[in-house]
Design a binder for this molecule. Structure first.
Ligand code: NAD
Ligand code: UDP
Length: 353
């Protein structure tokens, strides 16, 4: 019989693509989201792509009653926990919201899972826990340090998970440290839909390409990198989604916990990323150099050996493919999911219904 997985934050960027992967692999998916940073319209897009249905529950992970009801009734075998806030700058100005949503949210989820005897979890961590890497590629054993409340929230959750697994060997936990997710589903029907001004490079570039923003500011051209701009490890969101499937599969085969990087192992500079996007969209992207963004590191890309060994997973798509898919999504959906008024009227279940 198919396993049932609860996906928190399922309507978000990475969650929605992961739901596609899970449904296509035959899993039964229960999706939970409070839509604080996403749209219910995502549900019908996932169903349209996969030809499968999923239950979407509108609830907050901190809502104990809603969570308990769900865990009691749905026969859940494992959880993939994406729900959380992710904007670094916002976390600096609103730290308590980040600790409440991310740390208290994860704690509430873990308590509820413990209570209901569900002890398989995949957690969304981030390369941000490496702070300024002392060397690249970054391995999972590199020293951890954080420079902002968002990063601290991820590190605290990682530590919480470590303590929990130490106290109770029944827990099977996969901590996935994502590098820089980019791209979109190749159908052009699912993608990243940031509210307001995008914080990250790829969605910003996509909006400049579309004419929604006049010009990209490149934050710094005096880094100790080949062209002076920051180096990052962009990973296609569908490769990332497959990484979650691989992690879940491992949790069903092996006891214990593990932490792996999910990246490509390749560093791409801001200028290289912009050039790849220009090739994808077929026209120049206005850009200017500006000062460094506070807190940015010069170079961060992953060592991918642990994911290859433990999960038999490696990224397959390159930056050119990420840009092609991101541009398809952006040009077909210039206002993101706000374009699909009819789809957003899909009914969404609440735990009470
Ligand atoms: P996202 O904002 O698109 O998705 C997160 C989803 O969680 C949203 O749909 C939001 O509405 C929901 N959510 C937030 N708080 C909630 C709560 N308390 N209860 C229920 N739902 C809630 O973000 P994403 O890019 O898909 O990221 C998913 C996870 O991956 C996050 O935990 C993020 O920190 C982590 N991550 C993201 C990146 C990135 O660059 N996108 C990098 C590393 C790690
Ligand atoms: N960046 C930029 N302009 C932007 C957004 C980002 O030059 O508008 C640069 C940033 O300085 C970094 C790279 O692009 O070198 C990736 O930034 P992003 O915020 O996407 O990821 P992170 O820095 O969190 O890894």
């Amino acid at each position: 019989m198919a396993h049932t997985v609860l996906v928190t934050g399922a309507a978000g960027y990475i969650g929605s693509h992961t739901c596609v992967c899970l449904l296509e692999a035959g899993w039964r998916v229960i999706a939970l989201d409070n839509f604080s940073n996403s749209s219910p319209a995502v549900l019908s897009r996932i169903e349209e792509i996969t030809g499968r249905t999923l239950a979407m529950i509108e609830a907050d992970v901190r809502d104990h009653a809603a969570l308990s009801q769900l865990l009691q009734s749905e026969g859940i075998d494992a959880v993939v926990h994406f729900a959380g806030l992710k904007a670094v700058a916002e976390s600096v100005s609103r730290p308590l919201e980040y600790f409440d949503n991310n740390v208290a949210g994860s704690l509430a989820l873990l308590r509820a899972l413990n209570l209901h005897g569900i002890r398989r979890l995949v957690f969304s961590s981030s390369a941000t826990v490496y702070g300024e890497p002392q060397s690249v590629p970054v391995t999972e054993t590199a020293p951890l340090s954080v420079t902002n409340p968002y990063g601290r929230s991820k590190l605290i959750i990682e530590q919480m998970l470590g303590d929990l697994a130490h106290a109770d060997a029944e827990w099977r936990i996969a901590t996935l440290r994502y590098f820089n997710p980019a791209g979109a589903h190749e159908s052009g029907r699912l993608g990243e839909d940031p509210r307001g001004i995008p914080n990250n490079l790829m969605p910003y570039v996509a909006q400049v390409a579309l004419g929604r923003r006049p010009c990209l500011s490149i934050f710094g051209n005096d880094y100790p990198t080949p062209d002076g701009t920051g180096l990052r490890d962009y990973i296609h969101v569908m490769d990332l989604a497959r990484g979650h499937l691989a992690a879940l599969n491992r949790l069903f085969r092996h006891s214990g916990c593990f932490t792996v990087n999910l990246g490509t192992g390749q560093g791409t500079s801001v200028l290289q990323a912009v050039q790849a996007f220009e090739a994808a969209c077929g026209h120049p992207i206005a850009r200017r150099f500006s000062s460094r963004r506070p807190g940015d590191v010069a170079a961060c890309y992953a060592s991918c050996e642990a994911a290859e060994t433990l999960l038999d997973w490696r990224a397959e798509k390159n930056v050119a493919q990420m840009c092609v898919d991101q541009w398809r999504w952006q040009s077909l959906n210039p206002d993101g999911y706000r374009d699909c008024a009819s789809a957003s009227q899909q009914p969404v279940a609440t735990p009470q219904s």
